[in-house]
Design a protein around this ligand. Structure first.
Ligand code: TYM
Length: 336
């Protein structure tokens, strides 16, 4: 299918280049984008402006941005089918965020779970950007007149505030933004930490054994799963009082492409040792070709620069249309 034949519906999503991506980012987000790119008009961004809300080493941020672009493509995102770009290359994001700030209340931002978590984690750097993070995210989404936003469960609150802000703007200034919906797949929507399975797996976790990174080699992956926290009853079933095993079953099912029930059946009568090895092998088998392709792409910087340049131009044009409309509606003088 070529770009013109696709549905008019617009899809938007992004990942921050703020650390090593985990298998949570893959199954909760990027993998789903691949399927959706053939059906919708898709914008996939690298959210570097969000990333600087916590301190980043400049050289590392630049390197990670390119690595993430290569990873998107290695995972199956086709830059001919969608718009792949770097957020800071399109100034309209910052411009719309400023306008939306004037329709957002400080109290609403203070109540955001992610803001509270990150402030607790970085008490020395509770900056305005961290607090304003959801407004920038709303700007990302609303600029492209987005219908659907494929994300993991942890982003649900940010989507709700995006909808609230859009509705508020439309009520005050007249119909301007399309109201987006979340697209949260059930399987893999929340992959939890291997060491603390009641909490989500995160790229910023300090314990490297808690997260499986997309860049981990086979031995590391097998070792991390071998060490994953389970319990003592040795039965491979999903249950509320077995968060470790349930998380591993969820990971296995998402990587194998089966249901949790099918996975339970497969490991019926087997112990945790066999089970953990199978989970590790399944994950490693999926990641190996992605890693090889990412490496190949990273060797071709000119190709990546071309993709991101074209992506930024496309995004710039689409974003400008919405921003001009916004500026008109709010009464900014535009010359004549
Ligand atoms: P980020 O970079 O934290 O995560 C990127 C995507 O991965 C999902 N995810 C997970 N899914 C399942 N299990 C996990 N353990 C897990 N960890 C992360 C996230 O839900 C997300 O979909 N604010 C966003 C980036 C962003 C954005 C946007 C997203 C900026 N602008 C506009 C959508 C639309 C973020 O921090 O994602």
């Amino acid at each position: 299918m070529n770009m013109e034949e696709k549905q008019e519906k617009v899809l938007y999503s992004a990942v921050q280049p703020s650390g090593n991506l985990t298998i949570g980012n893959y199954v909760g987000a990027i993998r789903n984008w691949v399927k959706l790119q053939h059906e919708f008009t898709c914008f996939y961004a690298i959210a570097d402006m969000h990333a600087i809300t916590v301190r980043q080493e400049p050289a590392e941020l630049r390197r990670r941005t390119l690595e993430l672009a290569a990873l998107y493509i290695a995972c199956g995102i086709d830059p001919e089918q969608c718009t792949l770009y770097v957020q800071s290359n399109v100034p309209a994001h910052a411009e719309l965020a400023w306008v939306l700030n004037t329709l957002t209340y400080v109290g609403e931002m203070e109540r955001m779970t992610q803001f509270k978590d990150k402030s607790a984690k970085h008490p020395e750097n509770v900056n305005m950007g961290l607090m304003d993070y959801p407004v920038l995210m709303a700007a990302d989404i609303l600029l492209y007149q987005t219908d659907l936003v494929p994300v993991g469960i942890d982003q649900r609150q940010h989507l709700e505030i995006t909808r609230d802000i859009a509705i508020r703007f439309n009520n005050r200034y007249g119909e301007t933004f399309r109201i987006p919906e979340g697209y949260i797949v059930k399987e893999g929507a929340k992959i939890n930490s291997l060491q603390d399975p009641l909490h989500k797996m995160s790229k910023s976790d300090e314990n490297p054994n808690a997260s499986v990174y997309l860049a981990d080699d086979r031995d590391t992956i097998l070792r991390k799963f071998r060490r994953a926290v389970t319990d003592s009853d040795n039965r491979v079933i999903a249950a509320e009082d077995k968060p470790g095993v349930t998380n591993l079953l969820n990971i296995y099912a998402s990587f194998k492409g089966c249901t949790i029930a099918e996975a339970e059946k497969e490991f019926d009568g087997k112990g945790y040792g066999d089970f953990k090895l199978a989970v590790g092998e399944t994950v490693a088998d999926v990641l190996a070709p992605i890693q090889a392709e990412q490496k190949r792409l990273l060797a071709d910087k000119a190709y990546l620069a071309g993709v991101l340049g074209r992506g930024a131009e496309n995004a710039f044009r689409a974003a400008r249309r919405t921003l001009s409309k916004v500026y008109r509606k709010i009464g900014f003088y535009r010359g004549e």
